[in-house]
Design a protein around this ligand. Structure first.
Ligand SMILES: [Zn+2]
Ligand SMILES: [Zn+2]
Length: 133
């Protein structure tokens, strides 16, 4: 049995393929349910508002969206960029067009390097400023 430190609280726990301990995982799951309900009740809330109101990080919300566990409504201003072409999407990682394209060449997707991180961060920062104003 492998023992690791929880990425969230730092406690030692028996590693079973997840970076956080069972206690934190349970807390995160409860938070997820709260956030999900909040988005349902406030379909036009921005991702920053959702984060603030629920005391959860924007990155965590994005992670849930990428995992297709959360989805913002059609009328919402919130969007994520398709990881392939940059089109705004509501959930997941790719837009419908890219999903189809990628579906046709799934093997090349695995070989494909990730987009340069600094470039994406810059774009994200620019959008955050836009949302703040
Ligand atoms: Zn923990
Ligand atoms: Zn795309």
């Amino acid at each position: 049995m492998e023992v690791r430190n929880c990425k969230n609280c730092g406690k030692m726990f028996n590693y079973i393929g997840k970076p956080i301990c069972p206690g934190c995982e349970k807390a995160l799951e409860e938070k997820f349910q709260v956030v999900k309900q909040f988005i349902k009740d406030n379909p036009n809330a921005s991702i920053n508002e959702v984060a603030e109101e629920n005391e959860v990080s924007v990155n965590q919300i994005k992670r849930w969206v990428r995992e297709e566990r959360l989805m913002f409504s059609e009328s919402s201003m919130v969007g994520l960029e398709c990881e392939s072409c940059g089109t705004m999407i509501r959930t997941g990682r790719f837009c419908e067009a890219c999903k189809q394209k990628l579906g046709n060449s799934l093997n090349s997707l695995i070989e494909k390097p990730k987009p340069a991180e600094p470039e994406r961060k810059k774009k994200e920062a620019a959008r955050m400023r836009f949302l703040d104003n």
